[in-house]
Write a protein that binds this ligand. Sequence first.
Ligand SMILES: [Zn+2]
Length: 368
Amino acid sequence: MNSKTIKILIAILTIIAISIILIVILIPKKVENTPNEPSKYSEKATKILKDKDIFKEVDKLDYSKTLEVLLEENKFIDKYLDDYTKIDYKEIDDFSNTINTLLNKDYTYQEINYILNNYLSNIDILLNMKHINILEFKDITNFDINKLERYLKYNEDNDYDLKTVVTYVNIGLDLEGYSEYKTYTLEEAKDITILVNKYHKLPDDYEPDDLVSLSYNENYKLRKEAAEAFEKLTNAGILENVIFYPFSPYRSFATQNILYNRYKQVDGEKVADTYSARPGFSEHQLGLAVDVRSSNLSDNLTTEHYNWMLENSYKYGFIIRYPKGKQHITQYIEEPWHIRYLGTELATKVHDSGLTYDEYYDIYMENR
Ligand SMILES: [Zn+2]
């Protein structure tokens, strides 16, 4: 071979090599891009959909940002395609992993949308526990997701419906009384509507600044508004021949301390706790509660007087605070003689609701 032939050969070989390279590089792209259908999705998402042979199926549906993000981030799991297209996208860190975690826990897209729309800031709680029927709590207005574990536990241990479970746990009934409580500020303590129980404490130094004497005995005091209402209540009773007497109105923290400790010495703490409040936890320190009795000789309220009180006291702003059959909620034995001033409007609502004030407060007043 002469050098000319060699050169021609090299040229031919070079052309063949370049052609092969071009064919290898270009042909697959050409195949991919034809037919060049317009896509609602990004190039990357579209490619994955086509590779998985589900582009046509997905293309018929409305655009889903959720699906696109999952595809873009390589977090797409085939079996959840249908769910992805129905889940509302939210701009949060780690959206894709959040969705997949919930789907892996068997949450439906309806549940996930509900969670994303309502509990976005508390979503970790749900991510860290097994699937729960979150929609069952949907209409329970006092549901607090931060107490979810407690609801589930209490629900397991008791036979109440979910609504009751939520309210009871919110009150604190799944905990031992006094084990966890909120202490009000001096300012909060002045509120006529304040709830005081084994989970809500008054400051030790709280003393109402508007105490006035009751006409029955000048040493018996209530806050002005409550004292005036009590006189009206008493007079209304007299008109119907229901005569009762106050015997334990306002009590200071110090007095309650002496009283409770005396009971504790006699009966022991466990029993004393069923009928006497520990200092700071008594409604009597509010100057809004008074015990009444049917005679100034005995410390009882007759059934007749109790029934009258049940039907009438709210009209003057008082409720029976520890009614019969509610000991499991109020944490006190029935005390028909103990009435608490709330003002006519609220007392009427509480009366009409048939709830204890502990329940009413949680459902209608706390955090509202
Ligand atoms: Zn009392």
